[in-house]
Write a protein that binds this ligand. Structure first.
Ligand code: G6D
Length: 347
C-alpha cells in the first residue's frame, strides 16, 4: 500500500489543490482531492483484469470549480433537502440559502464541497479536516469535521466521518460519488442494483419528502431483489418521471445494526461488482438522466443515464419530519459514521 501526493491544479486565488492517491498491492487505487474532500478516481479490476475507473469526475480543477452536480464531493453541513430552507432548533428558527427552488440543498450556496480541506496522510489513509464556523451558511455552531478515506487490500474504500460541535446544531454528511461500474462512458441501465430496504420516504413533485414512509413492495422502488437500473426507470409513479429518474431515499433495514451491507451493484458485462456497507439509516439513489452537456474525464462528454449515486446519509428534510432519525448534534457529542464501497469481480 502506498499514498502519493501531487499538485492537481490551482484555485483562482492561486491556492494549490492537491491530489492524494492510495494504491494497494494489487494495483487498485483511489484518488482524493483536498478541494471538497472529493473522491476523484477509483480504479478497480474487471473480469479481464483490466483496471476500470468507476467514478465519474474531471481531469482538471476547472471541472470541479463548476461542479454543479457535486461529482465525488463530500457534501455538508446538511446533505440533501431542507424544505423551505429553514429549520427550528431549541426554539430558534434558522434561515438558510434557498438554492433548490424554495429549499436548501447540499449545505447551501457554499457547502463543504467548495472548501479547501486540510489533508494529512496517515498510513494507508488520508485524513481531511475542516472547521465550519458558527453561522456558516446559516447553520449554528462551529462544526469540526474529519473525513478519513482508507483503501484496503480487498479493494474496499472506507469513508469515516468524525464530527463534533461547540453548540447544538444539525449535520447530515455524505459522499456524492457517481458510479459507472463499466467505466467512464456507457449507460448504467443494464447494471443491476439490490438495496436492503423494505421502505422508502415518498417525495412530492419537487422531490421534497412528504413525510410518508412507504413499503417498496409492488412499486418501482422495490430493489429488494437485484434488478437492472433501467427496468422501472421510465415509469410515471412516485414522481420518478418528474424527478428525471430515481432520486429517492431508502429506509435501510439494518437487520443487525452497525456497519453492514446495505446494497450491491453489478455490471453484468465487465463483471465489476460493488457492495455498499454503512451504519447510516438511509441511502439516496440518484440516477441523473443526461450528462451529455458535461465534459468529463478524457475531455469527452458523458451521456444518457451515465451513472448512479448511492449517497448514504440520514433522510432528507429530517428537521421538518420529527419521526425521521434525528440529525441534531448536541454540543460536546461526537458523531461517527462509516460507509464502505467494496469492489470485487463477479465471475
Ligand atoms: C439534483 O435532485 C438531485 C439531487 O438529489 C442531487 O444530489 C443533485 O442534483 C446533484 O438536484
Amino acid at each position: 500500500m502506498s499514498v502519493s501526493v501531487s499538485e492537481f491544479g490551482r484555485l483562482p486565488s492561486g491556492e494549490a489543490v492537491l491530489r492524494y492517491t492510495i494504491t494497494n498491492a494489487s494495483g487498485a487505487s483511489a484518488s482524493l482531492l483536498n478541494y471538497g474532500a472529493t473522491w476523484q478516481t477509483m480504479f478497480v479490476p474487471n473480469r479481464k483484469d483490466e483496471l476500470v475507473d468507476v467514478v465519474l469526475g474531471y481531469d482538471t480543477i476547472d471541472g470541479y470549480l463548476k461542479n454543479t452536480m457535486y461529482l465525488g464531493a463530500t457534501v455538508g453541513r446538511v446533505a440533501n433537502r431542507i424544505k423551505n430552507a429553514r429549520f427550528t432548533l431549541n426554539g430558534t428558527e434558522y434561515k438558510l440559502a434557498a438554492n433548490l427552488g424554495t429549499s436548501c440543498l447540499h449545505g447551501g450556496n457554499v457547502g463543504y464541497d467548495k472548501k479547501i480541506w486540510q489533508a494529512q496522510i496517515d498510513g494507508d489513509s488520508v485524513f481531511f479536516s475542516l472547521t465550519s464556523p458558527d453561522g456558516d451558511e446559516g447553520f449554528p455552531g462551529e462544526l469540526s469535521v474529519v473525513v478519513i478515506y482508507s483503501l484496503g487490500e480487498d479493494n474496499a474504500l472506507s469513508i469515516r466521518y468524525l464530527i463534533n460541535t461547540d453548540q447544538d446544531t444539525i449535520q447530515n454528511m455524505t459522499n456524492h460519488a457517481y458510479f459507472n461500474l463499466a467505466g467512464q462512458r456507457s449507460t448504467v441501465l443494464e447494471q443491476t442494483l439490490q438495496i436492503d430496504a423494505d421502505q422508502f420516504t415518498r417525495i412530492d413533485e419537487l422531490t421534497i419528502p412528504t413525510g410518508e414512509i412507504v413499503p417498496v413492495r409492488n412499486t418501482p422502488l422495490d430493489f429488494t431483489k437485484a434488478k437492472p437500473l433501467g427496468r422501472d426507470i421510465n415509469v410515471t409513479v412516485e414522481h420518478i418521471d418528474t424527478a428525471g429518474g430515481f432520486d429517492h431515499n431508502f429506509v435501510l433495514n439494518h437487520p443487525k445494526g452497525g456497519v453492514e451491507r446495505v446494497a450491491t451493484a453489478v455490471d453484468p458485462i465487465g463483471g465489476v461488482a460493488m457492495d455498499v456497507y454503512t451504519d447510516q439509516p438511509g441511502v439516496q439513489l440518484f440516477t441523473p438522466p443526461d450528462f451529455s452537456y458535461m465534459i468529463g474525464k478524457g475531455g469527452e462528454p458523458y451521456g444518457i443515464r451515465p451513472a448512479f449515486c448511492l449517497e448514504t446519509q440520514h433522510f432528507a428534510d429530517a428537521m421538518n419530519n420529527p419521526h425521521f432519525p434525528s440529525i441534531v448534534l448536541r454540543a460536546g457529542e461526537v458523531f461517527s459514521s462509516e460507509t464502505i464501497y467494496r469492489f470485487r469481480v463477479e465471475k
